[in-house]
Design a protein around this ligand. Sequence first.
Ligand code: GDP
Length: 480
Amino acid sequence: EHITVADLAKELSIKASDVIKVLMNMGMMVTINQPLDQDTAILVVEELGHKAEEAVIQSKAEKLKEETEKEIDSSEAETRPPVVTVMGHVDHGKTSLLDYIRKTKVTGDEAGGITQHIGAYHVKTPKGVISFIDTPGHAAFTAMRARGAQVTDLVILVVAANDSVMPQTKEAIDHAKAAGVPIIVAINKIDLPEANVDKVKQDLAAHEVVPEDWGGDTQFIEVSAHTGQGIEDLLEAISLQAEVMELTAVKNTAATGIVVESSLDKGRGPVATVLVKSGTLKKGDMILCGEEYGRIRSLIDENGQNIKSAGPSIPAVVLGLSGVPTAGDEFLVVKNKKEAREAAQENREQERETRLKRQQAAKLENLMSQMGQEERITVNIVVKADVQGSVEALKDSLEKISNEEVEVKVISSGVGGINNADAQLAAASNAIIIGFNVRADKVARETIKESDLDLHYFSIIYEAIDQVKAAVTGVLGTET
Ligand code: GDP
């Protein structure tokens, strides 16, 4: 159960001298052929991982961000529009609702404007401006949260009045609560004869989303994305909630914000929709945007019109970046190109390094579990499912597959879609990911691909168990 310094270095794809250096710093003098016990080896890996983290903390991008933030005079903060994300079960009307609001509110006063799908839009209402993230569903919300970015101020939870609470409704509630974002419920499709508003209220109250008229603190608005009934009330409810939240930002400063959507356009090059969090973004600004940078060649609004600037909570399309940034990346206006380029370059290198470290950690974990337990192999699994009942059932049944030679270990389980945190955990533990009636979001899928992880979707419990059983016997190479 020992590993030599040389073998450990090889396993981690680093130089033996680097392992020796780490151990020296921890007060241990070792030679290249010295055997290390498991605990010491783990300490080395942790130390290496720790270093990577420290480096990230002191990155150029962070320094630039600090400088920008220092210049913000918070006494100048003004009220800013709320940023809203629409969530809810599939087919409950998220897209219809977003389309209805956009159609009736955005085009109205902008002459000749053709609304474009840019990932976000803002509307003017009698009670003020509201910005909507126009990619319905949980993927965008989770992807951004996984990257530590919070853009959404409040969530509109769409629940169809003829269908009531469904698995993704619960998932949306979990996500909103985990992010600490208030919910406004839009009971949709009330134009249908089978609409049952009371049932929706009851079902949601059971999930601790309690309507105001029942003594709770959540606004419930009855709407129809088909007839438009109640939409004005919904917009008013949003403004009311925003007022209570006292959302503010400083307008007169260098802009910071978040990438909401991005793509590569044949003619225009990298295209990114950003949402300004604070300050004012201007055409001609030099921005740093995750691993990319560039001077803003054009700034375009949701009507396809060129604009000169975008203030707090306002979305805009940015052209002129060096490459396509990732949704959830922060952007930041910086003073000069050299600084931006260097910081972007560093971000790129760090991303590569973190990926490498994850792979090394996974390798080691694998090695350790195999050497520590005298041939008994551990198969790690991350389980995500749509409902708690399935989580429990899967966890129990999967772990029961364990036998003398193989230990099946569910290292993490929970309700909800597979997000980047799940993927990263799986990467770090060399685990198989199982999604039961849930899918992996975009960021998670990227991590899964990069780290070459095993991902399986199931909707029948027995199938999941049979497949893992088959895999386990496959690991053993025995026939059953
Ligand atoms: P999403 O999956 O949540 O984005 O749902 P969609 O917006 O795609 O809507 C799903 C289906 O419900 C579509 O066929 C819509 O036409 C229909 N739908 C959406 N809103 C309403 C509504 O208010 N009333 C009725 N009767 N149907 C609606």
